[in-house]
Each structure stands twice: as structure tokens, then as C-alpha cells.
Write a protein that binds this ligand. Structure first.
Ligand code: SF4
Length: 358
């Protein structure tokens, strides 16, 4: 196994300072060494418990501290979650992500969460959860239930972090990522761009992620969605090239990870999204909602994939026995996937992945 590079802030900042087209060229070259540039991984995200979160993340409409008009909902019934997962599978999703607005899961909820993981796995999809802070016992229980990925974002650099959240420390986040890794669950962790952070903070976030050992398998890069009623409602618009730049540097520093274009995609036009894919993004959320904020409609994504000649990447669940599956289209009228094409599910070391704005 090649030795992991240790990244410094200076090295990361040097990438951010490169001429954009130079940077994109480098990122695309690295991308092609690790991935098929035509393939984009697709995930679906469901909010299994919405709102009333005790944390104070200043971008988040789910915090109980802000008046955003969001209607809180209790933890969904297991059967409801599984019904949504079935729909997502029928629509072509290969990974099903479940998000709960909590500081951490309560012990009484753990059996239900385990049943959700087991039920989704039994459908032949990969599973991902984002539930806040986990302790060792919780991480082990979710791993034993078969959880493939756990999402817990670092959000920003350690230096800018206190301007965003005060109710959970950066170290607590790192500790949760460590518990997840120790339990044998793959790590999904990224951040949010456009919260008023400096380019140095963006570099600092990527240094933190890239120096995790190993780096996260999946890295969601979110563009701030300015939700009315949150403290970040009036943040200045981000220069879209700064977002694209961040994707490119993430690709260069974490060449084998999936870089996910996450929250904020709805505000991006096709050309911006195309440049993000060029910069090395190779994963998206599919579906009209991301937890509580909107996402491009399914039809728009189908059209975009066609225009760009991209293919959705289907993944496989290693614990499921090889079986014949039907890969359906992403929408009834279109065929991103060959329509109702029967394919053999097979081992492929290059296949995986995943999340979100939590
Ligand atoms: S981002 Fe997550 S932890 Fe923070 S307020 Fe929103 S739901 Fe709670």
C-alpha cells in the first residue's frame, strides 16, 4: 500500500492559488488515474428524524434555535423508512442514506436504527447514516447491523469552526470519525463552502480531511444553502469558481475518494455542474430533497447526465449474495441506465460509495 501523503496548509494553499484552468487540468488528470470520468455515483437521502435539533449549527434549518418554519418530525417508523428505500431502489439508487437531526442517538432509538440498516441491506443497497456524535458502543452496534458508511462532516477549518457551531467541538467530531473508523464503517466527511470562511479555511478543512488515516472514502462538498431564519441567511453569495476550485483541490489531495457535489447543487446551472465534474466531483444526491433543503428534480438530472454523457454508477453490497438484478431507469421516461436491462451483480473493487449537509 503506498504511503499516505501528509498534507500541510502551505501545500494545500498553493493549489488554491493556481490559475483555475491549470488546477482543473491537474485535478482531471488525477481523477482519471483513479476513476472512470464518465461514471457518477448516485445516492438517495432520507430525513428519518427532522428538526428540533439541540445543536446550533448556524447554517441549519433543523436547529431548534432558529425560526425557519420547519415542521419537526419524530423518528420515522422502520416500515416507513423501508418503504422509502424500496422506492429509491426502484428509481435506481444504489446507496440509501438516512439522516437524523440529533446531537447523538438516544439508546432507546438504537434498536430501530439497527432494524433500518438491516432492512435496507436486505434490499441489496449500501447503507449510510448521519446521526450526530457516536460513542464506541453505538458505532459497533451499527457496524454489526451492517452499516456501510457513516456521515459526519467537519464542516470547516478548526480555526473558523467556532463561527459556525458552538455546541459541539471540532475534537468531538474527530473522535466520532475515529470511532466509526475503528468499528470498520467507511467514513463520509466533508464540509460547507460559502459560510464566510477564507480560502485559507477551505484549505484547512481539506488538510484535516486528507490527513485522516485513511482519508474519508466519501467527501461531500456542500455550497451553503442560505435558509431564511438561520443566522447565515444573509451570507454573501459565493463566487462559483471558488467552489469549483475547492472541488478540484479535494480531488487532488484525496485522489481515491468519492467527491460529492451535495447541498447547493440546485442553485448551480448546468455549466457550473459540468465544471465541478471536470474538477473531479463524481457523486451526487439524486431526488428532489436533501434532508430539508431542495435539490434538482430527477428529470433535470437525467437531462444533465445525457447532455454531459455521464453514466450513473451502480454499486454493490458485498454481504449480499451475487444475484440477478434489474437496473431501472432514473425516471420512467428516460434511460440513463439501459431500460430494464438485466445485469449481473459482480465483484468490482473500484465500485463504491456516498452524503450530506448534516
Ligand atoms: S447540522 Fe445536524 S447537528 Fe447541526 S443543527 Fe442541523 S441537524 Fe443538528
Amino acid at each position: 500500500m503506498p504511503k499516505q501523503v501528509t498534507w500541510t496548509l502551505q501545500k494545500a494553499q498553493a493549489f488554491f492559488e493556481q490559475p483555475l484552468l491549470e488546477l482543473l487540468f491537474t485535478a482531471q488528470q488525477i481523477h482519471r488515474q483513479h476513476f472512470d470520468p464518465q461514471q457518477v455515483q448516485i445516492s438517495t437521502l432520507l430525513s428519518i428524524k427532522t428538526g428540533a435539533c439541540p445543536e446550533d449549527c448556524k447554517y441549519c434549518p433543523q436547529s431548534a434555535r432558529y425560526r425557519t418554519g420547519l415542521k419537526s418530525e419524530k423518528l420515522m417508523q422502520v416500515e416507513q423508512v423501508l418503504a422509502s428505500a424500496r422506492q429509491a431502489k426502484a428509481a435506481g439508487a444504489t446507496r440509501f442514506c438516512m439522516g437524523a437531526a440529533w446531537k447523538n442517538p438516544h439508546p432507546r432509538d438504537m434498536p430501530y436504527l439497527e432494524q433500518m440498516v438491516k432492512g435496507v441491506k436486505a434490499m441489496g443497497m449500501e447503507t449510510c447514516m448521519t446521526l450526530g456524535t457516536l460513542d464506541k458502543t453505538q458505532a459497533d452496534r451499527l457496524a454489526n447491523a451492517g452499516l456501510d458508511y457513516y456521515n459526519h462532516n467537519l464542516d470547516t477549518s478548526p480555526e473558523f469552526y467556532s463561527s459556525v457551531i458552538t455546541t459541539r467541538t471540532y475534537q468531538e467530531r474527530l473522535d466520532t470519525l475515529d470511532e466509526v473508523r475503528q468499528a470498520g464503517i467507511k467514513v463520509c466527511s466533508g464540509g460547507i463552502i460559502g459560510m464566510g470562511e477564507s480560502p485559507k479555511d477551505r484549505a484547512g478543512l481539506l488538510v484535516q480531511l486528507a490527513n485522516l488515516s485513511p482519508p474519508p472514502e466519501s467527501i461531500p462538498i456542500n455550497m451553503l444553502v442560505k435558509v431564511k431564519g438561520t443566522p447565515f441567511e444573509h451570507k454573501e453569495d459565493l463566487d462559483v469558481f471558488d467552489f469549483i476550485r475547492t472541488i478540484a483541490v479535494a480531488r487532488i489531495m484525496m485522489p481515491a475518494s468519492y467527491v460529492r457535489l451535495s447541498a447547493g447543487r440546485e442553485k448551480m446551472n448546468e455549466q457550473t455542474q459540468a465544471l465541478c465534474f471536470m474538477a473531479g466531483a463524481n457523486s451526487i444526491f439524486y431526488g428532489s430533497k436533501l434532508l430539508t433543503t431542495s435539490n434538482p428534480s430527477e428529470d433535470k438530472d437525467v437531462q444533465l447526465f445525457r447532455q454531459l454523457g455521464l453514466n450513473p454508477q451502480w454499486t454493490q453490497v458485498k454481504t449480499a449474495p451475487p444475484e440477478k438484478i434489474f437496473v431501472n431507469t432514473l425516471s420512467e421516461n428516460s434511460s440513463l441506465f439501459a431500460q430494464n436491462q438485466e445485469v449481473e451483480q459482480k465483484e468490482d473493487a473500484s465500485s463504491f460509495f456516498y452524503n450530506a449537509a448534516i
